[in-house]
Design a protein. Structure first.
Length: 287
């Protein structure tokens, strides 16, 4: 059967999968600060998405709270959709992570979509540091992330992607990845990135100008008034990195890129860099 016939067949099968079998996960939450303490003031969840704040963090709210995103479905498939909206009020301090790596399974045609909107108030401190997103063979993943912040906000954002499962010999995988980031500071666009890969993921990333064969990658972005002053310390740390890694800083932003053909090395290197940036250990769910 030709590739065109296979594509037509899979799309035909996908049309017969009813919408009610597609996951529709939603999270909406608001964090506020009161008398120097941060707490979750509003919370809504639907579908298989959950958001939990460990009690120990409520007890020590003066140092901020740690919020954990959970997908009870164990992963996402073609046609599933997720929507996350987070509001962090002035002076609040929030770290948001995930319970485990997010798995994007193969698709019969429709894309798996995730939309994330985050709004950060003045003098707030926000960390978006989920664990890896793992794309299985023939996954089709589209993610849109928008952050609105102020000039006094401190934002730490990290996303890592693993393409295929090396332990299962998924090396030359096919699939589609579309990742769009838009970050606004005081209503002005300061960071925009579009990543478009696929369907021949392994072929595209084999070139030296892309990833030199690395099938796992991460981006760490730090936006804060003092971000540019931290560049030399980060570069010194990266000198010992077992991954390909580089850092740059401009316009109140610090960006670190990581690429590796070993997902475990990438994770360890990212964790070390995050720990250095944060000045403390990562959330317990990372261990």
């Amino acid at each position: 059967m030709s590739s065109v016939s296979v594509l037509a067949a899979t799309q035909s099968v996908a049309q017969f999968v009813p919408d009610y079998l597609r996951a529709q996960g939603q999270i909406r939450a608001e964090f506020v600060a009161n008398s120097g303490r941060t707490y979750m003031a509003r919370h809504y969840e639907a579908g298989g998405f959950r958001l939990r704040v460990p009690k120990r963090d409520h007890d020590r709210g003066a140092s901020g709270v740690e919020a954990v995103l959970i997908n009870t479905g164990g992963g996402l498939v073609g046609g599933d959709q997720g929507h996350i909206e987070i509001d962090v009020a002035a002076d609040a301090r929030v770290t948001m992570t995930t319970q485990s790596a997010e798995k994007i399974y193969g698709s019969q045609g429709p894309a798996t979509r995730l939309d994330v909107a985050i709004r950060l108030g003045a003098q707030s401190i926000f960390e978006w540091i989920p664990q890896e997103t793992i794309l299985f063979r023939d996954a089709h993943f589209v993610r849109n992330l928008r952050i609105d912040m102020t000039g006094s906000t401190r934002l730490t954002m990290m996303e890592s992607v693993v393409l295929g499962r090396k332990a299962s010999n998924e090396a030359a995988i096919s699939g589609i990845l579309r990742d769009v980031w838009r970050i606004y500071r005081d209503k002005r666009l300061v960071f925009a990135e579009n990543m478009a890969l696929g369907p021949d993921l392994a072929g595209q990333l084999a070139h030296a100008a892309t990833a030199k064969g690395g099938m796992s990658m991460a981006t760490l972005l730090y936006i804060a008034p003092e971000a540019e002053r931290r560049i030399e310390a980060v570069r010194t740390l990266l000198e010992q990195s077992p991954c390909q890694a580089a850092a740059s800083a401009w316009n109140g932003m610090l960006v670190v890129r990581f690429v590796s053909d070993e997902p475990t090395l990438l994770r360890a290197t990212v964790a070390q860099c995050l720990g250095h940036m944060r000045g403390r250990m990562l959330p317990k769910v990372w261990t």
